[in-house]
Design a protein around this ligand. Structure first.
Ligand code: ADP
Ligand code: MG
Length: 396
């Protein structure tokens, strides 16, 4: 993989696609893990005298400017980490961006506004994306791919722009690829995969391939509900994508044939909804009351997951076990993190919220084998799925 060490960057305008899609809380960055992970590439480029243009997305605005998704809080935090203020252009490829880039000096850095304020960024239409990529490419001489968490998406700033400028991978992408490669090929067994979180539809299809590689798949978070529903249990008002239930039933069958164990929670913590100080209780997984939602795996499930994790050789974990943002529903996630740091498995923790969860619960990144900034991206990588952002770097 060609990296930034292979590029002559001094004096050049370098467009860096970073992944700065961080959780916000009341207009402030709630977890800066992805910003910190982007620092080595950004500081190497500015130290080498590049004119650095950082671009990234935040959340899922609908292709037009929306102040709720401004990168302003991210620019503030990046400035704090760099020790100097970061200028944020008011647009992505418009007059403000052009003016900011024109004023850049060697060693300087500016940030563009949210890429997804432009419909072309995520358009399924090659022409629409190409037009936006042309506009991005116009701002720079070189392109650096460092937004690992977005590299599984065929988006203009991830894929199309890399075809338009001389390009290389940043240090984060290099580190991600090196760590995640240890989960492909020759894996130290038992290989345990822990899946949770709320973006079920994005991640569900990964299970088919994980069944063929993992020894055990422990399922928590909202990911558990299609499986519990497939077992015939009522899941009350839990987050459930009904269209996944049939697929979950298929996976249970495939796993049985492959000799892979899919372990579902035997108990869950339920409440009327996710709110601070809301009354909650532990119920068996087949006894979720109709008007209650499962918001965490229960203590019995957490203990069983922990035992399985402690005897593993390799663990891949994506997705919190519950609504960890609220203390009442953080126990399952905490138990998984604790078991991972106790055991001696090579562990990879992936996902923006999962990374934020371990840090919020007091587990430093250094206590895990590797903390990936990518959720969907790390899942695609370990399945050996093509990743547009990586593929584009290999084009001649
Ligand atoms: P990641 O970003 O690590 O890939 P996701 O985005 O898929 O993970 O999911 C993270 C979110 O899942 C968290 O905000 C958490 O509150 C939520 N979550 C976990 N378990 C549940 C549940 N049982 N019901 C609703 N939301 C849940
Ligand atoms: Mg997430």
């Amino acid at each position: 993989m060609k990296t930034i060490d292979d590029l002559a960057v001094a004096g050049k305008r370098v467009l860096v696609r970073a992944d700065l899609n961080v959780p916000l809380d009341d207009g402030r960055v709630a977890d800066d893990g992805r910003i910190r992970a982007s620092m080595p590439t950004l500081t190497a480029l500015t130290d080498r005298g590049a004119r650095v243009i950082v671009c990234a997305h935040l959340g899922r605005p609908k292709g037009k400017p929306d102040p709720r998704y401004s990168l302003a809080p991210v620019a503030v935090r990046l400035g704090e980490l760099l020790g100097r203020p970061v200028e944020l252009a008011a647009d992505t490829v418009g007059p403000s961006a052009h003016a900011a880039v024109a004023a850049l000096r060697p060693g300087g850095l500016v940030m563009l506004e949210n890429l997804r304020f432009n419909a072309g960024e995520t358009s399924p239409d090659d022409m629409d994306r190409g037009l936006f990529a042309d506009q991005l490419a116009e701002l720079a001489d070189l392109y650096v791919a460092d937004g690992f968490g977005a590299m599984h998406r065929k988006h203009a700033s991830v894929y199309d722009v890399a075809l338009r400028l001389p390009c290389a991978a940043g240090y984060l992408v290099q580190a991600e690829a090196a760590a995640l490669s240890r989960l492909t090929g020759d894996i130290r067994r038992p290989y345990v995969v822990v899946l949770g979180g709320a973006k079920v539809s994005d991640k569900f299809s990964a299970i088919a391939s994980l069944i063929t590689t993992a020894d055990q798949i422990l399922v928590g978070g909202a990911m558990a509900f299609p499986f519990l529903a497939a077992e015939g249990y009522k899941v009350g008002s839990s987050l459930l994508d009904a269209s996944q239930v049939d697929k979950a039933a298929d996976y249970l069958e495939q796993a049985a044939r492959a000799g892979t164990e899919i372990v579902l929670p035997s108990d869950v913590i339920v409440a009327a909804g996710p709110a601070l100080d809301t009354p909650h209780k532990v119920v068996a997984a087949d006894a979720i009351p109709e008007d209650q939602a499962g918001l965490d795996i229960g203590p019995e499930s957490a203990a069983l997951f922990a035992v399985t994790i402690r005897q593993a050789g390799t663990v891949f974990w994506n997705g919190p076990m519950g609504v960890f943002e609220l203390p009442a529903f953080a126990g399952g996630t905490k138990a998984v993190a604790q078991a991972l740091t106790d055991g001696d498995a090579f562990s990879v923790v992936g996902g923006g919220d999962t990374g934020a969860a371990i840090r919020a619960l007091g587990f430093p990144d250094a206590r895990f084998g590797y903390v990936s900034t990518g959720g969907g991206a790390s899942l695609e990588f370990i399945q050996g799925e093509p990743m547009p952002g990586l593929d584009a770097l290999e084009e001649p």
